[in-house]
Unconditional design. Structure first.
Lengths: 174, 106
């Protein structure tokens, strides 16, 4: 019973934090909202007996990715003055429908709830997560290493200091 | 037990769909590149929750955790590279508006 109440409360908080992250006008607050969403997801993962995934989610998603977002926001120049006010007005007009859509979709899903055919497969024998990670899904680790290397090289190439390339004289222009 | 698991899964799926709708709305209607990345992050959060929920209900939590860890690694790399591209686009165009990225149009 306690599990169910916590589960529903955390799911509701997760959705509210996600909507707040999308709807808030300030980009920094939006990034913080995303970190809060990650923290709530971590609590849900702990509740569902997934502590290792929860720790990864908390340290990497709520920590590292928030730092990446805040760095990107601070490295880019925000709009100011009348331009910022016009952007905020336009944004409010575009996002005012989001809560309405969420309520309509939520109500429709709740009404269709009994008709959903979510047949579940039989539960299998539980193994240790380390055993699965290092023995069963060993190739995933190779894939992860390759993805990390691709990301590192991508970032290095993106931020590499390039010598000033001169425009070719008489180049084709369209 | 089965009915309880079914109820848990159904409730979770409703919230996951709502979170995915929020993320998709953000991706489709935002004009700021960083906000689009935030929408992508929210979408990945919904997928993470779906994997965890499926693992919890089916009793394959170890496998689900392994897949979540792989997903998180991919997520970090995608966001890091995308943030680099966003900063590069801002240096080039002096704007984060997606409408300014029309150099290849036509």
């Amino acid at each position: 019973m306690t599990f169910d109440i916590l589960y529903i409360a955390l799911l509701t908080l997760l959705l509210l934090a996600g909507v707040w992250a999308v709807m808030t006008l300030n980009l920094l607050k939006s990034a913080i909202g995303l970190a809060v969403t990650s923290a709530i997801l971590t609590l849900l993962l702990f509740l569902m007996d997934a502590p290792l995934a929860g720790v990864f989610e908390l340290s990497v998603c709520a920590g590292l990715i928030t730092v990446v977002f805040i760095s990107a926001i601070s490295l880019t120049k925000p709009l100011a003055g009348a331009e910022a006010q016009a952007r905020d007005r336009s944004r409010v007009k575009r996002f005012i429908f989001l809560p309405i859509i969420i309520v309509i979709v939520g109500a429709a899903l709740y009404a269709l709830h009994p008709q959903m055919d979510l047949s579940l497969p039989p539960a299998g024998a539980e193994m240790d997560v380390r055993q699965v990670l290092w023995n069963v899904r060993r190739l995933d680790l190779v894939g992860q290493i390759l993805v990390i290397l691709a990301g590192v090289f991508g970032v290095v190439i993106l931020f590499k200091d390039q010598p000033d390339a001169k425009e070719p004289q008489g180049g084709t222009k369209s | 037990m089965m009915a309880h698991a079914q109820a848990l899964f159904s409730t979770g799926v409703i919230f996951i769909i709502l979170l995915a709708v929020t993320a998709l709305y953000c991706i489709l209607f935002s004009r700021n590149l960083i906000r689009i990345l935030i929408g992508l992050e929210l979408l990945i959060k919904a997928v993470t929750l779906l994997i965890a929920l499926a693992g919890y209900i089916t009793g394959h939590m170890a496998l689900a955790q392994t897949m979540i860890i792989t997903l998180i690694v991919i997520e970090v790399v995608v966001i890091a590279v995308a943030a680099g591209i966003v900063i590069g686009a801002h240096r080039h165009n002096q704007s984060l508006d997606v409408r300014t990225l029309r150099n290849l149009k036509g």
